[in-house]
Design a protein around this ligand. Structure first.
Ligand code: NAI
Ligand code: 13P
Length: 309
C-alpha cells in the first residue's frame, strides 16, 4: 500500500472531486469527500486529515476558504487546489486565494488535460502537480499516480493553474468553430492562435512561459477544445447551433467555468492593456451582443499583422 498513513479529504462532491477521490482510493488511501450538501461536520472530518483537495467550482472557493478558516487547520496539512477559474470580485486565481488565507500550509495546484468522464472509465491520462514546496508536490504525485494516471511535477503553480483556467475560454470558441462546421483549417488556426493569447495573459499574471507549452497548457487546450465531453466546448457548440445561453445552461451537467472566466479575463485584459482578440469575441457572444457568425467575421477581418508580434 502506498503512503497508507495519509488521510485525504476532498472538498467538492462534483464530478471532478469524485474522480480525484476515486484515484486516491485506487491507491488504497483513506479518502473522504465533503460537500456542502452532505451535512457532515467538516471540522471533525479534517481533524486528522493530512491532505485537503479542493475540487469546488470557482464560486465555491471563497466560501470554502472562509469555512476552513473558522476550523482548526493544522499547519502541516497540505492543501491542493484543482479548481480552474478566476474569482470574479478580486480577479485572483484560487492559488492566490488559498495562499493568502493559509500562508503556513504547503499549497499544490493540480491541473492537466483531465476530462473526468474518461478518467472514470480508466482511460490513460496525465496531469501536473505544481508547487513552490517540492516535497508536497512529490507526495501528491505518489498519492495519485497509478497505472492509468500519470502525474508530473512542476515548480510553477501559477502557470499550471492559469493554463487550465484560460483554455476554458478557448474551448467555448472551439465549440463554436465545430458547431458552425468551419473545418479543420479554421480549427487549427484557432487553437494555434489561442496559445499565444493564453501565454500573453498567463505570463503577465505571473506564469512561466514554458509551462503553457506543457500538459497543463497546450495539453489541456487540446483536450478541452477537441472533446464534446467538455462543458465549455458544449457551450460554444450549442450557441453555434442557435440555442440561447440559458437554454444551454439549463441542460448542462456541472459547471462551465469559461463563462465566468471570459468576463473576468476581459476586465484583466482591459486593466493591463492585453491583446485578447479571441476572448473579446467570446465575451460579446456570451453577452448576446453578436451571433457566432459575426464573431468569426470579426476575428477574420482584423488588421493584418505579423505572426509573432
Ligand atoms: N469535470 C472535469 O473534467 C474537470 C473539472 N475541473 C475543475 O474542477 C472544478 C469542479 O468541477 P466539477 O466537479 O466538474 O464541477 P461541478 O459543477 O460538478 O461541481 C462543483 C462543486 O463545487 C461545489 N460548490 C459550488 N458552489 C459552492 C459554494 N458556494 N460553496 C461550496 N461548494 C460549492 C458544488 O457543491 C460541487 O461539489 C471546476 O473548477 C472545473 O473547472 C478540473 C479538471 C477536470
Ligand atoms: O478542465 C477540463 C478538462 O481538463 C474539463 O473541461 P470542462 O470543464 O469544459 O468540462
Amino acid at each position: 500500500m502506498l503512503e497508507n498513513a495519509k488521510k485525504i479529504t476532498v472538498i467538492g462532491g462534483g464530478i471532478w472531486g469524485q474522480t480525484l477521490a476515486n484515484l486516491a482510493r485506487l491507491n488504497h488511501l483513506a479518502v473522504r469527500v465533503w460537500s456542502r450538501h452532505t451535512g457532515e461536520d467538516l471540522g471533525a472530518i479534517i481533524a486528522d486529515t493530512e491532505v485537503i483537495i479542493s475540487a469546488v467550482s470557482i464560486k465555491g472557493v471563497v466560501p470554502t476558504i472562509e469555512k476552513l478558516q473558522q476550523l482548526q487547520l493544522n499547519s502541516p496539512t497540505i492543501i491542493v487546489t484543482a479548481t480552474k477559474g478566476l474569482e470574479p470580485i478580486t480577479t485572483r486565481t484560487p492559488f492566490h486565494l488559498w495562499n493568502q488565507a493559509f500562508p503556513a500550509n504547503p499549497l499544490v495546484v493540480l491541473s492537466g488535460p483531465n476530462l473526468a468522464k474518461e478518467i472514470n472509465q480508466g482511460l490513460p491520462a496525465a496531469t501536473v502537480v505544481a508547487s513552490y514546496q517540492q516535497k508536497a508536490a512529490i507526495l501528491l504525485q505518489k498519492l495519485l499516480s497509478g497505472e492509468s494516471f500519470r502525474v508530473y511535477l512542476n515548480s510553477d503553480p501559477l502557470g499550471t493553474e492559469l493554463g487550465g483556467t484560460l483554455k476554458n475560454v478557448m474551448a467555448i470558441a472551439s465549440g463554436v468553430c465545430d458547431g458552425l462546421q468551419l473545418g479543420t483549417n479554421a480549427k487549427s488556426a484557432l487553437l494555434t492562435r489561442a496559445l499565444p493569447e493564453i501565454v500573453r495573459v498567463g505570463t503577465c499574471l505571473g506564469g512561466c512561459q514554458e509551462t503553457f507549452f506543457g500538459l497543463s497548457g497546450l495539453g489541456d487546450l487540446l483536450a478541452t477544445c477537441n472533446s464534446p465531453l467538455s462543458r465549455n466546448y458544449q457551450v460554444g457548440y450549442q450557441l453555434a447551433l442557435g440555442l440561447s445561453l440559458p437554454e444551454i445552461l439549463g441542460k448542462l451537467e456541472g459547471t462551465a467555468e469559461g463563462i465566468n472566466t471570459t468576463e473576468v479575463l476581459m476586465r484583466i485584459a482591459q486593466e493591463k492593456n492585453l491583446y485578447v482578440p479571441i476572448t473579446c469575441q467570446v465575451e460579446r457572444l456570451l453577452r448576446g451582443e453578436i451571433s457566432p457568425q459575426v464573431a468569426v467575421y470579426e476575428l477574420m477581418r482584423r488588421d493584418l499583422k505579423s505572426e509573432f508580434d
